[in-house]
Design a protein around this ligand. Structure first.
Ligand code: PLP
Length: 403
């Protein structure tokens, strides 16, 4: 497609893009030519893939593919309506019951994405007289949900329990409800949210406790049950959000909690009410994925063993993988701190040219001067692939003068 001459109505967009180009942080989408696998092809180049959230290799597991095909043949490709009109299929209910049992909660509702689950839930359960206490590094979908709720947003410093408590104390005489919310795993640094301490605080002040386990689902806790299981906080967290789009390998988000929470969301969560439900293939895929989580814990062990190996080697090579002026990773999310946005983007491009796909991340996604490469391990990477990636990191960093 050739570009038409710019229309003055959208000139501000062109100007903003020019500014990104000047800063060196403008990007083009990389296009995957085959499957989301440890070695695959982006833009026609074979790369070791360290950019995917396909933690357990389920996105292309033959059993999930088969489940999707069987469901498609039996039930078609689309659900035809929103859940509340005519789009609730038996298989949607089967998936929700499966997740509720897995998470050891009363009930579960699935949304079209994790983003929709967070934004739809936070905006539905609070109103403008209420308060949200949110970690400064919480995901964009939580922030959007908080804004949509019109509640007052109080941001506490990253994982700073004392700061969160101070804010709760300041609000003690306010009649509105309070919601304490944290990511279970923070997506840019890979550190674990203090779900245990925040839950205790929420309990003490009578606040609602909510956790977004997008990067913890399938990664933390027994069989990947998430951060609440990791901390042994069953029954202490009112609302658990998870995603079906990362370790589970397909697409979707879910909310777990009490019967009344879920029934309320049926009636008030806008993505549930106003956007069509998943195709049956997605629900069937996710059911098969939870079976695998239950039956093959060795996948999660491989994920962690790859993580420890890769992070240990990066440290040995002298890379800054966080922990000094940025949080220390505790999960397969591996930040390699570079500093300036332009340098991180250049590093990422050079790695790609040498056959390693690892995302460059710059301001505003991470703070200024904390730009980085983010590498994510999966259970399916072989030691040889990881060694080759490490050798490439070493060689390219030396050439670019990064470390
Ligand atoms: C990825 C992510 C989401 C969104 O999940 P999707 O299913 O991709 O929409 C929400 N919260 C966090 C912390 C995430 O990392």
């Amino acid at each position: 497609m050739t570009q038409a001459p710019p229309r003055p109505q959208l000139a501000h967009l062109t100007a903003a893009l020019d500014e990104l180009r000047a800063k060196g942080t403008h990007f083009k989408l990389r296009i995957l030519d085959d499957q989301q696998a440890p070695v695959c092809h982006y833009d026609g180049r074979q790369v070791i893939n360290l950019a995917s959230n396909n933690y357990l290799g389920l996105a292309n597991d033959p059993r999930l593919i088969e489940a999707a095909l069987v469901a498609t043949r039996a039930f078609g490709v689309g659900s035809g309506a929103v859940r509340t009109i005519a789009g609730t299929m038996r298989i949607h209910m089967d998936l929700e019951e499966k997740i509720a049992r897995f998470k050891n909660v009363e009930a579960c509702v699935v949304f079209q994405s994790g983003f929709a689950a967070n934004a739809g839930t936070v905006s539905a359960i609070l109103g403008k007289e209420d308060f949200i206490l949110s970690d400064e590094l919480n995901h964009a979908s939580i922030i959007d949900g908080a804004r949509l709720s019109r509640a007052t947003i109080k941001v506490f410093r990253h994982k700073d329990i004392a700061h969160c408590e101070q804010l709760l104390q300041e609000l003690a005489t306010q009649p509105g409800r309070k919601l304490v919310i944290t990511d279970g795993v923070f997506s840019m640094d890979g550190d674990i949210g203090p779900v245990d301490k925040l839950s205790a605080l929420a309990e003490k002040y009578g606040a609602i406790m909510m956790v977004d386990d997008a990067h913890a689902s399938g990664v933390l806790g027994r069989n990947g049950r998430g951060s609440v299981d990791h901390f042994g906080m069953h029954g202490k967290v009112d609302i658990q959000v998870g995603t079906l789009s990362k370790a589970i390998g397909a697409l979707g988000g879910y909310v777990c909690g009490s019967y009344d929470l879920i029934d309320y969301l049926y009636h008030r969560a806008r993505p549930f009410l106003f956007s069509t439900s998943h195709p049956p293939s997605v629900a069937a895929t996710c059911i098969a994925a939870f079976d695998i989580l239950e039956q093959e814990p060795e996948r999660i062990q491989r994920l962690w063993s790859n993580t420890h190996y890769f992070q240990g080697e990066l440290k040995r090579l002298g890379f800054n993988i966080g922990g000094v002026t940025t949080p220390a990773t505790e999960t397969p999310i591996t930040p390699i701190i570079v500093g300036e946005g332009r340098a991180a983007m250049e590093f990422s491009r050079a790695l790609f040219d040498e056959g390693v796909m690892a995302t460059g991340i710059a301001f505003p996604t991470v703070p200024e001067r904390k730009a980085r490469i983010r590498a994510i391990l999966t259970s399916e990477h072989t030691r040889a692939q990881l060694d080759q990636a490490l050798e490439t990191f070493e060689r390219v960093a030396r050439r670019l003068g990064i470390r």
